[in-house]
Design a binder for this molecule. Structure first.
Ligand SMILES: NC(=O)c1ccc[n+]([C@@H]2O[C@H](COP(=O)([O-])OP(=O)(O)OC[C@H]3O[C@@H](n4cnc5c(N)ncnc54)[C@H](O)[C@@H]3O)[C@@H](O)[C@H]2O)c1
Length: 263
């Protein structure tokens, strides 16, 4: 039987974290690097990604960064090839990059809808398809998709495109888990509730801020733990799913929401 400390040891593993520069992704990159993984911080924000990778290497951990737009297929190819070339393998893929602009359907254009679907869902299909080719040749791997409680139940009006993408991502997680189990690629999801991140902070500024502040208050009132979650509270669950702690799990979604879905 493995010792506790060995179960969480990711030495020799290479991990990709999309949207790894900020918020939940950055917290996940930190936890995986601390556990010994070599981490590719892949993000649209090149400067923030580079800073995140530097923070990790300054602690003596292994990390690099790359500018990646997950809605662009060639960027995903480049992300996977660069990780493999640099670290020698792709063992863990965290599909975290996502956007959640608020807009009611009556005001939503087809472009608005497609942008969210391409960023949050099509990207996950492409990443799973391409990373699994590499993982297969290595004898297995772990894929973690950051979905949302909105993959299960809508949190507020104005997120129809987002909820479509997240319900889709959860369905994709389950079917991909079924398909790739025989290749020893375990695919699971984490569904966060309200987590304090730069993306959430940005929602309560700019156009529609007043309406958003009202929505946020209503949402806060529904949290049995009476507080927003911290990004590291998602990262700890990602470490569990990336490690041997979750050796008999695939096609599962772990809800981390302070109890919101109990209401
Ligand atoms: N924060 C929450 O309350 C919450 C709740 C449920 C689910 N989630 C999910 O967690 C994930 C991360 O959310 P967050 O709150 O940390 O977001 P955030 O906006 O704080 O950070 C997202 C990161 O992704 C990057 N990014 C955005 N579009 C990208 C693209 N096309 N390609 C590559 N990188 C891109 C951004 O530059 C940023 O660094 C998302 O998938 C989101 O849907 C968040």
């Amino acid at each position: 039987m493995e010792l506790n400390k060995d179960l969480l040891n990711l030495n020799g593993k290479a991990a990709i974290v999309t949207g790894g520069a900020k918020g939940i992704g950055s917290a996940i990159a930190y936890r995986l690097a601390e556990a010994g993984a070599s981490v590719m911080v892949a993000d649209l924000d090149e400067e923030a990604a580079s800073k995140c990778a530097q923070d990790l290497t300054s602690k003596g951990w292994k990390a690099i960064s790359l500018k990646v737009d997950v809605s662009v297929e060639s960027d995903i190819d480049n992300m996977i090839n660069t990780t493999k070339d640099h670290f020698g393998s792709v063992d863990i893929l965290v599909n975290n990059a996502g956007i959640y602009p608020s807009k009611l359907i009556k005001d939503m254009s087809l472009d608005d809808f497609e942008k969210v679907i391409h960023t949050n869902l099509r990207s996950v299909f492409l990443s799973i398809k391409k990373a699994s080719e590499v993982m297969k040749t290595q004898g297995g791997g772990k894929i973690i998709n950051v979905t949302s409680i909105d993959a299960i139940h809508p949190s507020m009006a104005g997120l129809a495109h987002y909820d479509s993408s997240k319900h889709g991502e959860w369905g994709l997680t389950k079917n991909a888990a079924l398909e790739y189990a025989e290749d020893k690629i375990w695919i699971n999801a984490i569904a966060p509730g309200g987590i304090a991140t730069p993306g959430v902070a940005a929602m309560s500024q700019g156009a529609g801020a007043e309406q958003m502040a009202e929505q946020t208050k209503l949402f806060m009132d529904r949290i049995p733990m009476h507080r927003m979650g911290d990004a590291d509270e998602i990262a700890k669950v990602a470490l569990f799913l990336a490690s041997n702690m979750s050796s008999y799990m695939t096609g599962e979604q772990i809800v981390v929401d302070g109890g919101v879905l109990l209401r």
